[in-house]
Design a protein around this ligand. Structure first.
Ligand code: AKG
Ligand code: FE2
Length: 318
């Protein structure tokens, strides 16, 4: 049974901010301010005019839907190996984690040397090609966003990308089947993402909810928009000024749901600590210097439980 505390009421209609990527790309300062408000007040925003062709978006969703429709034996050809997060399976981060109402197919896309092609389906036949094209576009969008977040943090446009070391990109395709008892089980438990930014493509079925003002706000998918959320690394670099917001996925009695999460992530040997210009005075420094690989290993050891894992990066922990 999923615990539902007093702070879990669902707010019906609140609009998350919408950012125009084409305005960011041409240096529009107003849009950078909008981005800053979105990162500080929401941690989530939709992006439009991102340059991904509608056709590519449709093909990506279709290839993923076709993969999840395959017979189980076919999908299991890509099963995750023990201690490997690449392949088909379930999201289990710790042994006492309750199983969730969702299947996933995840793998590393960049850098190339991290690719395990055994986890990349060959059925449907267009899957690999479409994933390759989609991921290259998401990489471009991710870098543009990192560039603008750098500007917003009063740095050169290239700074955050450089702080990532070798920038990693992981794709996680999620399939949430129809669930007879959405009141009993979640598709994905409350968590924040450990990485820097996550770029999500979702179908038209509402399921994702984010924490906002003490309640859960459902995100209504905007056709062909991409949804972005700030992860823990940006929260740490910004000394908590940008918010890595808790989110969860609820299940649906009538329709299955598909989402495609692309995680932009620092290299495991990159160091993260609040940037000096984001710390107003030393007493207000919230995070310590950590190696991303250590942070990520701790994240994996914990069960998904809201933001408890972020304690690992906090100074009062010492
Ligand atoms: O399916 C979704 O909408 C969200 C997925 C998500 O939060 C994740 O993969 O970290
Ligand atoms: Fe997430």
């Amino acid at each position: 049974m999923v615990k539902r505390g007093p702070m879990t009421h669902v707010v019906s209609s609140l609009e998350t901010p919408v950012i125009d990527l084409s305005l960011l790309s041409c240096g529009n300062e107003e849009e950078v301010k909008k981005l800053e408000r979105a990162c500080r007040e929401w941690g989530f925003f939709q992006i439009i005019n991102h340059g991904l062709a509608d056709d590519l978006i449709q093909k990506t969703k279709a290839a993923i839907a076709d993969f999840f429709k395959l017979p189980l034996e076919e999908k299991q050809k890509y099963s995750m190996e023990l201690h490997d997060m690449q392949g088909y399976g379930h999201f289990v981060v710790s042994e006492d984690q309750k199983l969730e109402w969702g299947d996933l197919l995840g793998f590393s896309v960049y850098p190339f040397k991290h690719r395990n092609l055994n986890a990349w389906p060959t059925t449907p036949p267009e899957f690999r090609d479409v994933t390759e094209q989609y991921s290259a576009e998401v990489n471009r969008v991710g870098k543009e966003l990192l560039g603008n977040i750098s500007l917003m943090m009063k740095m050169d446009k290239s700074s955050l990308e450089e702080l990532h070391g070798e920038l990693m990109q992981i794709i996680r395709n999620n399939y949430y089947p129809i669930c007879p008892r959405p009141d009993l089980v979640l598709g994905l438990s409350p968590h924040s993402d450990s990485n820097s930014i996550t770029i999500l493509l979702q179908d038209e079925v509402t399921g994702l909810q984010i924490r906002h003002d003490g309640g859960w706000v459902p995100i209504t998918p905007m056709p062909n928009a991409l949804l972005v959320n700030i992860g823990d690394c940006i929260e740490m670099w910004s000394n908590g000024k940008c918010k890595s917001i808790e989110h969860r996925v609820v299940t649906n009695k009538h329709k299955p749901r598909i989402s495609v999460a692309s995680f932009i992530e620092p290299a495991m040997d990159a160091y993260i600590e609040p940037l000096d210009q984001m710390v107003d005075c030393e007493q207000l420094r919230v995070y310590k210097k950590i190696k991303y690989g250590d942070y990520f290993r701790n994240y994996l050891e914990k069960r998904l439980e809201g933001k408890t894992h972020t304690q690992f990066g906090k100074l009062e922990n010492e």
